[in-house]
Design a protein around this ligand. Structure first.
Ligand code: ZZB
Length: 266
């Protein structure tokens, strides 16, 4: 799977994350969560960054005063793709990865971040129970307008904010319409979640169906409503947005070698 790995910058740590990084990261360093996405053209609509609450994440030193937060598995894959190692510090084993700290996703919940292209300037790290530890980077950017999984999760988080230990408003950011499709309008994912009567992020089979429809409808029939390529079809805008993000240094290509190989609109 060829993903776009997005650099989402930490602007304020949660109290527990601040404890974890204390003394391990310079105060003036830049730290980034790195979600892996197949839909770079949807980055305008990000409303949160999801982590698996029980999944361990590492903070890896990329270069002087720059750190990435991903699973160890993803950092190891990145090492082989030249993302952040030169030949003189290339790790021979996973234990040699430059990991300065490790903590479960739950420790980072409530951290504020700034995501490239996002209409919302500040978004929060939130928990998502269905994140897979063995796919992508283990970090997922939430685009509830076009991802049924994200819409179902964000709805559940707002409904049970106390149970999840979050502030309700963190899950209630306005959902900006970013892509128009003929069948589902300008909020494809909410329309599909409603149509399939999905009530929970654990409704896996219905969500898989909704996801397939959202992918194909968005890719083959979608038109951009925002951004540099507003008015263009998703088919032409997708790669342009990706290249623009990569060129500006806001993202980099990331291949997931052990991810299942599927041919899809992405
Ligand atoms: C933003 C986005 C916007 C995504 C959208 C999808 C959609 P797939 O389709 O199963 O191959 N993702 C990435 N890593 C993980 C993970 N570790 N656990 C759970 N979900 C993950 O997976 C690719 C998509 O699944 C990625 O693209 C990411 O969400 C999520 F509008 O990024 B996406 C219809 C889908 N729309």
């Amino acid at each position: 799977q060829e993903y776009t790995a997005l650099k989402v910058k930490v602007t304020e740590w949660s109290a527990s994350a601040a404890e974890i990084v204390k003394g391990k990261i310079e105060d003036d360093a830049n730290v980034y969560f790195i979600p892996a996405t197949l839909r770079p053209e949807t980055m305008y609509g990000q409303t949160a960054i999801f982590l698996g609450p029980k999944i361990p994440y590492g903070i890896f030193k990329v270069k002087d005063k720059e750190y990435y937060i991903v699973t160890k598995r993803a950092a190891w894959n990145m090492a082989f793709q030249g993302t952040f190692f030169s030949s003189d510090n290339f790790p021979m084993t996973q234990n040699e990865l430059p990991m300065v700290a490790q903590a479960p996703g739950s420790a980072f919940v409530g951290t504020s971040v700034s995501a490239p292209l996002s209409v919302h300037k500040t978004i929060k790290i939130l928990p998502m129970e269905t994140v897979s530890a063995t796919k992508g980077t283990g970090v997922v950017t939430s685009v509830p307008s076009d991802s049924p999984d994200d819409y179902a999760t964000i709805t559940d988080l707002a409904k049970k904010a106390e149970y999840y230990g979050i502030k309700k408003e963190w899950a209630e950011l306005e959902i900006p319409p970013i892509i128009e499709t003929p069948t589902y309008g300008n909020l494809t994912a909410p329309a599909l979640v409603k149509q399939f009567k999905i009530n929970s992020p654990k409704d896996a089979s219905q969500l898989a169906l909704a996801k397939d429809l959202a992918y194909s409808e968005g890719f083959y029939k979608g038109t951009m409503l925002v951004g540099e390529f507003k008015g263009e079809t998703v088919q032409t805008a997708k790669d342009k947005v990706r290249q623009s993000l990569i060129k500006s240094g806001a993202a980099f290509p990331f291949a997931d070698p052990s991810g299942k190989v599927v041919s899809r609109s992405g």
